[in-house]
Design a protein around this ligand. Structure first.
Ligand code: ADP
Ligand code: MG
Length: 281
């Protein structure tokens, strides 16, 4: 018997993260009992012909609601593999993954798809928008899986596009939008099902630095509204906007620290705007 899907709770657990700041826990073992995500000794091995690639070698990791985590580490250290498992896109070779009190390892493919659609929004480095489709239609896509009515689909999508400041551009096609605007469409698409978690794998990797900070401003706003954010970045400046820093090396967590004073993207943007103004004068 699989997990009863109706037992999946909609709401986010109300106990907020107590971000104390500055402490270094043993890797992946932040002392939280009341987790949104609990991962224990996760391993992922890819078989490549005769060779086995150990992408994850025993990762343990807890996240409570409303955290904002930046995951860093060299290329090939297992970050994307980890995010794909967190996002229920892939299954681990061994170890357990509990998401909101559901043991993800015990779910069928359909149940996994349900959880993914209901709880998790994804944002990728390359935006992954359909090019012949308007911003609005791109955002509507995830709603086609839940038999939402046409009217409600449009309303929810416009609401999500408003959250990212793109209400003026809903009928634009991706090639009529800047990189930053395309990423905002992708964020709106991630939000349209009201997820409790947004997973973003190098979301600023294709953006210039000011646009990257604008994207981080959106993530910070969403986080303040209660959405848990887990973001992969290789840019230390971007990680400074997160409340917790985790570093991967060779498929393991080697450092897990809270950032007591995250930079505030809206403040940083003000200083950048004033520099731009000075240059214009
Ligand atoms: N689908 C796959 N098949 C085989 N090996 C893979 C696959 N995906 C990732 N890997 C390998 O797993 C390791 C971790 O990759 P990845 O998770 O993409 O790292 P990162 O995102 O940190 O760059 C790398 O050695 C990579 O080559
Ligand atoms: Mg990667």
């Amino acid at each position: 018997m699989g997990t009863n899907i109706s037992s999946v709770s909609d709401g986010i657990n109300s106990d907020a993260a107590k971000i104390t700041g500055g402490e270094n826990f043993s890797p992946g073992q932040a002392p939280f009992n009341d987790g949104l995500i609990k991962i224990d000794h996760l391993e992922k091995t890819y078989a490549m012909g005769d060779v086995e690639v150990h992408a994850l070698r025993g990762v343990s990791f807890n996240v409570v609601c409303k955290e904002f985590v930046a995951i860093m580490g060299a290329s090939g250290s297992g970050k994307s593999t980890f995010m794909n498992i967190l996002g229920c896109l892939d299954k681990p070779t061994s170890g357990t993954y509990i998401l909101d009190n559901i043991n993800v390892g015990s779910l069928s493919r359909d149940e996994l798809a349900f959880i993914r659609n209901k709880k998790i929004g994804f944002v990728f480095q390359g935006f992954n928008l359909l090019s012949r489709t308007t911003a609005l239609e791109n955002v509507e896509l995830p709603l086609f899986y839940n038999s939402t009515s046409t009217k409600l689909r449009k309303e929810k999508s416009i609401e999500a596009l408003k959250k990212v400041g793109l209400e003026e551009r809903i009928y634009h096609y991706p090639n009529q939008l800047s990189g930053g605007q395309q990423q905002r469409v992708a964020i709106a698409r991630a939000l349209v099902n009201d997820p409790s978690i947004v997973l973003a794998d190098e979301p600023t990797g294709n953006l210039d630095s000011k646009t990257s900070i604008e994207v981080m401003e959106i993530f910070q706003k969403l986080n303040e509204q209660g959405i848990t954010i887990i973001l992969v970045t290789h840019e230390p400046d971007i990680a400074l906007f997160a409340k917790r820093h985790i570093i991967f090396r060779d498929g393991k967590i080697i450092s897990d620290k809270f950032n007591a004073e995250p930079n505030k993207a809206s403040e940083v943007l003000k200083t950048i705007s004033s520099i731009d103004d000075e240059v214009k004068v």
